[in-house]
Design a protein around this ligand. Structure first.
Ligand SMILES: Nc1nc2c(ncn2[C@@H]2O[C@H](COP(=O)(O)OP(=O)(O)OP(=O)(O)O)[C@@H](O)[C@H]2O)c(=O)[nH]1
Ligand SMILES: [Mg+2]
Length: 378
């Protein structure tokens, strides 16, 4: 699963990416700082079913389980990128396989559509053009494949098109849905983008003076979408201070604890952040990942175990794995996800919480802890 971070230049995309991953991508107060994409791992945060667990991937603090999610930060899009302006939109191809987008926009009003300094700039205008450019990129690819498929008569067009567009994460079901209300290829491409690449908006730089007013306006303009106020800069500062041992901060929380004596400048920085937390519940950064995974993609967390009594693997590691699975995923899907052999030799599953036996078609619930029994494990 991959979440793409997109937007106009200089909006704070790489800062948000760094705040999520601590990957140290280059950040600067001018457009086109990012040219090559930055790939990293962020974490979705859920309540852990056990206080003490031993994750193979990710980590667990104070009963908060952090499950890894792949993230990609790309260069900024400018108006008419599809006609080659700025860095064009070819780099969007790196995001072909993204399952969802976080569209980052500076809501301080101080950055224009091209990443230039501005005054009272309306962030809704920026988000609208970014979506238009994404649609044009999508349209370019879909139109090419549409022309190819039109000439063929050897299979159902929706099936052929699905094959051609699988690299964009488009399935036949998406195509059938988008064809229901077909008006033009433009509209069809737009609908396919909506279905295969849902997005949320990170209303970034919410720590600046004019931001709250602009954020309210942006929310009105995008009533049907998730709009999350974020301060990538504050989240990054907190996470770095935590890494260096100055503070204890759990991502997504609205407080932190000082652990060491700090310089006057560091203390000043932290009092600025404390004042921020009086006005905001969180920096919004963790919420962006969680909302992308649970609201946009509607995934669920399932913990496979080998020992249904101890909730552990064969070595006694508690809840070693956490899988993010699609809404419809069944016990058999989980078995195949763990290992092909486990799927091929599936006998039954056991709900480790209730010890109930589950069949292969059981649709897993969010938070399920499951043992798979196969012929090999008897
Ligand atoms: N006040 C404030 N500044 C921020 C925030 N996030 C990013 N910035 C600043 O905004 C500027 C641009 O940040 P980047 O992360 O480089 O932006 P970008 O969107 O990746 O830019 P390009 O790669 O050039 O497209 C930097 O000076 C950041 O420090 C925030 O939440 N609050
Ligand atoms: Mg960048």
């Amino acid at each position: 699963m991959l979440i793409g971070i997109v937007g106009a230049p200089n909006q704070g995309k790489s800062t948000l990416f760094n705040a999520m991953t601590l990957a140290g991508a280059e950040v600067a107060p001018h457009p086109f700082t990012t040219i090559k994409p930055n790939e990293g791992i962020g974490y979705v945060k859920v309540k852990c079913p056990k206080e003490n667990c031993n994750p193979n991937h990710g980590y667990c603090i104070n009963g908060n389980r952090f499950i890894p999610v792949k993230l990609l930060d790309v260069a900024g899009l400018v108006p008419h990128a599809s006609e080659g302006r700025g860095l064009g939109n070819q780099f969007m191809n790196d995001l072909s396989t993204a399952d969802a987008f976080i569209v980052v926009v500076d809501v301080s009003g101080r950055t224009g559509c091209e990443g230039e300094p501005a005054e009272n700039h309306d962030p809704a205008v920026t988000v609208k053009f970014v979506l238009e450019e994404i649609d044009k990129w999508f349209f370019g690819i879909i139109k090419r494949q549409w022309e190819v498929v039109k000439k063929r008569t050897d299979a159902k067009p929706s099936k052929l098109l699905a094959e051609k567009l699988s690299g964009l994460g488009i399935h036949e079901a998406h195509i059938k849905e988008a064809l229901k209300d077909f008006k033009s290829i433009d509209e069809f491409a737009k609908r396919l983008r909506e279905l295969s690449k849902p997005f949320l908006i990170a209303a970034n730089k919410i720590d600046c003076n004019e931001s709250v007013k602009n954020y309210e306006k942006l929310k009105q303009a995008f009533k049907n979408n998730v709009v999350i106020p974020t301060s990538a800069l504050i989240e990054l500062t907190l996470r770095e201070a935590h890494e260096k041992g100055f503070i204890k901060y759990v991502p997504g929380n609205s407080a932190f604890k000082e652990l060491k004596d700090m310089s006057d400048q560091q203390k000043k920085g932290l009092s600025y952040i404390r004042a921020f937390f009086k006005k905001h519940n969180s920096t919004g950064v963790q919420e962006c990942i969680n909302s992308a995974v649970f609201d946009l993609l509607k995934l669920k967390v399932v913990y496979p175990v080998q020992d249904e009594n101890k909730w552990a693997d064969s070595k006694g590691n508690i809840l070693p794995d956490a899988y993010l699975l699609e809404k419809e995923a069944t016990a058999l899907d989980l078995a195949y996800k763990i290992h092909t052999q486990l799927g091929d030799n599936f006998i039954k599953a056991i709900d480790a919480k209730t010890k109930k036996v589950l069949g292969k078609d059981y649709v897993l619930k969010d938070g399920d802890i499951i043992k798979i029994v196969s012929t090999n494990s008897l």
